[in-house]
Structures are given as C-alpha cells and as structure tokens.
Design a protein around this ligand. Structure first.
Ligand SMILES: C[S@@+](CC[C@H](N)C(=O)[O-])C[C@H]1O[C@@H](n2cnc3c(N)ncnc32)[C@H](O)[C@@H]1O
Length: 353
C-alpha cells in the first residue's frame, strides 16, 4: 500500500476543523506491531478510543514517518484559535502530545491497558492487561513478545486439557504482567502466577481485572512472590493483599510449569532451572513449557538453560521458532523491523528411565 506523506495531512494554515485534526491524530497512533489490527484497541488509562477514530485508523493507509514529529510539535505549540470549543482544543493537544510520547518508545509512554485476543479450542477470548508507566529496570511491568506468542500457543498442547472434571495445576515463573498465566487460567487451569515483589501489585491487578473471563473458562488464578534466588520459597498472597503481607507458603509441586522471556542475565539459567527443579512434580508426565526471544546478546543464556534442563533429567518433547514483536521495542518508529524478535519455544518432559 502507498505511504501517505505528512504533507497530505491537514495543514494548520488551512485551519482544519477539530474533528479533522482528531481523526488525523488517531491515524498517527503508534500501535504495537505484534497485535493484529483487531487486537490493538489500545487505550490510555481509562480512556477508550472512540469507535469513529478506530474505524478511521483501520481504513487508513500507512503514513511515512518522516516529518511526523514536527507536524505533531506544530499542533502542540499552536493556539488553535480558529477552534471555538476549549475542550476540543484541549483534546487535540492531549492527543498530539500522546502521539509524540509514543514516538519516544514504550518508556516514554504512561500507563496503558490493552486487550489481547487469545485462541482457545472453542474460539477465542480476550484478556485485558494493564501496564503501569515504566519505572527503572522493572521489565515485568511490560508485556513481551514471547509471552504473547506463548499465550497464543497454549491451546495447541493437548495435555493442557485434562479429561473430565479434573483440573490442571500450573505454576508460572516470572509472570510479569501475567499474560501467559492468565491465558492458561482462562483455558481452564488452576494457575499460580509468580514474580518479584515489585511486580506483584500490577500482576494481582491483572488477575483481578480478568476474573470474569477466567471464571467463564472454569479456571482460577492466584498470585504470589517467588524469587528464583530463593527458589524453595513461594509466598501466596490472597486477593486484596498488600505485597508486604505475610501471605501463606505454597507447598505443592506442579505438573506443569510455564515461563516466558526469563533469560537475560548470566545467572538466570541457573536460577530458573534450579527453581524448575524445586517446583516440578516428580510425575513422569510433568511438563515445562518456555518461550524465549533469541536475542544475540543472550544466546549463551539459552544454551546454558538447555544444558541445565538436560542436567535435571528433562528433555525437549517439542520445540519450534516463530517471530513476534516486542512492541515499542525501539524509539525508532521509522524502522519497520523495530522490535522484531525471533522466539524459541520448547516443551520439556522427563527423560524415560
Ligand atoms: C522480560 S520480563 C518477562 C515478563 C513476562 N513473562 C513476559 O514475557 O511478558 C522477565 C520477568 O522475570 C522476572 N524476574 C527476573 N528475575 C527474577 C527473579 N530473580 N525471580 C523471579 N522473577 C524474576 C522479572 O521481574 C520479569 O517479570
């Protein structure tokens, strides 16, 4: 499809109407490329994009990013004096500023909630995932490509659908915003989602926000704190708890463990595999399913992980590669491959004796 040029957009000297400007600003939304068009009905905290604008965006040709930043800056600094309604002017400035922030990359954006569509054996369901404004190094406050790919893959594993009324117990390590664990819960499993204390509050919020879809799927989601550096301790926190509450210790093993995008420091393979060996049930049918991005800098970690998993008596049952996007992975919105990541997924089972 041909690219629209910034000069094709309504120029301020022509005094475009408020409606026209808002429609144009909606076309300039930088949505994460990993979500299909129908998936990126993104909304800033509490504020849904009006249908009219979503429709305009879905029909619009892509826009050449060159000059867009200057176009937006001009709008932000214009008095818009030909527009009579103060609230319309305010909305235009807000939208233009939001488009500028998006161009600064995910870290430049405020909090947001997004809807993810996840396939299931009966069709699909939607999960609403909140990401707080990013602070410091807390990578678990953002949803990563590997987790979206894995969440969409879960329904393909037959053993994740036990027969009859039996329920599968699943532990997720390093849940982050919870997309994988919550998808598993909405597919009918009893899931414990875990992460570091700094991630817990948002994780618990996402579990709460999706309780209806999880209930409809006949699963459950509980959240807790499990630090891989203390792999034998998991503190389950009942709904409504503060992260500093004592909670209750978890003391069951799990027939299925999940993890996505958890290898990005040299210690991670050792810690993660140690944690897996601590919590995986001795059942010969127990499984571990992981998905990691194959970022060049962390390929040694992936190799180390594979060797350590073999070292605790596990072997790959199935594996594959796929491509996804770490949304807003780069501040360079002009690069259509920004954020593109190759991901490796693998399902591990016990080696036969
Ligand atoms: C890159 S994020 C991935 C989050 C989520 N799985 C996803 O893919 O969207 C890595 C996650 O591992 C968690 N993590 C890192 N070190 C950890 C540790 N020592 N114990 C538990 N979780 C840890 C982080 O807090 C973060 O949530």
């Amino acid at each position: 499809m041909a690219l629209l040029d910034v000069l094709d957009l309504p120029q301020l000297y022509t005094k475009p109407s408020a409606e026209t400007l808002l429609d144009t600003l909606s076309l300039l939304t930088s949505a994460p490329p990993s979500w299909e068009p129908s998936d990126h009905e993104d909304q800033s905290d509490g504020e849904r994009t009006p249908d009219r604008r979503r429709i305009a965006r879905s029909r619009a040709p892509p826009i050449n990013p060159e000059g867009v930043t200057r176009y937006l800056t001009n709008i932000v600094s214009s008095s818009l004096r030909w527009i009579p309604e103060e609230e319309m002017k305010e909305e235009i400035w807000i939208q233009a500023s939001a488009r500028l922030s998006e161009r600064a990359g995910r870290t430049g954006m405020g909090a947001l909630s997004r809807t993810f569509r996840i396939p299931s054996p009966n069709g699909q369901f939607e999960l609403s995932i909140h990401e707080p404004a990013l602070t410091g190094d807390d990578l678990g406050l953002k949803t990563w490509a590997a987790s979206y790919m894995l969440a969409k893959r879960l329904h393909r594993f037959d053993f994740l659908r036990p027969e009859g009324n039996s329920k599968l117990s699943v532990l997720e390590l390093g849940s982050g915003t919870g997309l994988v664990g919550l998808a598993m819960a909405a597919l009918g499993a009893d899931v414990v989602l875990t992460d570091l204390p700094s991630i817990y509050t948002n994780l618990a919020r996402n579990a709460r926000d999706n309780s209806d879809v999880i209930r409809q799927g006949k699963g459950s989601a509980r959240c807790g704190v499990l630090d891989w550096t203390e792999p034998s301790i998991c503190r389950l926190l009942p709904e409504g708890s503060d992260v500093n509450d004592e909670g209750c210790p978890l003391n069951t093993k799990f027939p299925v463990i999940l993890a996505a995008d958890s290898l990005y420091s040299p210690e991670h393979p050792r810690w993660l595999v140690h944690t897996v060996s601590e919590w995986l049930s001795p059942d010969p049918e127990a499984k571990v399913i992981v998905e990691f991005p194959l970022r060049d800098a962390y390929l040694p970690e992936v190799k180390d992980f594979r060797e350590r998993m073999a070292g605790i008596g596990l072997q790959i049952v199935k594996e594959g590669e796929e491509r996804g996007y770490d949304d807003w992975g780069s501040a360079n919105q002009d690069d259509s491959d920004a954020g593109l990541v190759r991901c490796w997924w693998s399902c591990w089972g016990r080696k036969s004796a």
